[in-house]
Design a protein around this ligand. Structure first.
Ligand code: COA
Length: 179
């Protein structure tokens, strides 16, 4: 297995097709079938290939400043983590999360952040569940237009500390869309 980091704008047509196939397989009946992002493109991705160069798994990453209770924090957001069905339960998603941890070493990043309904994988990989009143830019993913501003408490939020900064409850302004 090989993990490759790729900047979003370097993704060519062939790789786009492979990522599209993986995303539509993993997020069946949910994922758009004409693009490889849901609401907005991530900044970069980690991709997992097997020996035959077949794409097995992927994760998107979004680097962003957010406002946590008036304090600006640097956040690396984890988006659309998925593993092809027949390769699941072999530790590949955990391996990708570990790769992200390694990437964060000595980087200007305070927290990793993601949304999850099922928290098991992330709790097992050092993430904690947090509750914050979130404010974000709402995007209509069908026609890809701005809908307005969302403002509500979210309990599907999970974070991992990268710096010495501590996460606090309260207001979290995404300063952008919610992935
Ligand atoms: C979630 C997912 C990425 C896990 O990949 P994986 O390579 O099987 O993960 P690992 O082998 O490292 O860990 C497996 C463990 O994760 C947990 N897990 C399983 N499905 C999960 C899910 N949807 N969300 C969170 N945790 C999950 C289980 O504890 C599982 O243990 P088990 O195999 O003994 O049941 C994969 O099931 C997947 O692609 N699902 C569809 C897409 C998805 O829901 N992505 C998550 C978005 S938040």
């Amino acid at each position: 297995m090989k993990i490759k980091k790729i900047i979003e704008c370097d993704i060519d047509n062939e790789l786009t097709e492979n990522i599209q196939e993986l995303l539509t397989e993993c997020f069946k009946d949910i994922y758009p079938n004409n693009r490889i992002y849901f609401k907005q493109v991530p900044h970069f991705r980690f991709l997992v290939f097997n020996e035959e160069k077949h794409l097995l798994a992927q994760v998107g990453l979004d680097y962003r400043v957010m406002n946590l209770n008036g304090k600006l924090i640097k956040v690396l957001g984890i988006i659309d983590l998925c593993v092809s069905r027949e390769y699941r339960s072999k530790g590949i998603a955990s391996l990708l999360l570990l790769e992200i941890d390694k990437y964060c070493v000595k980087k200007d990043i305070d927290f990793l952040l993601l949304f999850a309904d099922n928290k098991t994988l992330y709790l097992n990989n050092g993430y904690k569940s947090v509750k914050n009143k979130c404010k974000w830019l709402k995007i209509d993913d069908r026609n890809q237009t701005i809908l307005g501003i969302g403002y509500e408490e979210r309990s599907d939020l999970m974070v991992k500390n990268i710096s010495t900064n501590e996460w606090t409850e309260g207001d979290l302004d995404f300063l952008g869309y919610l992935y």
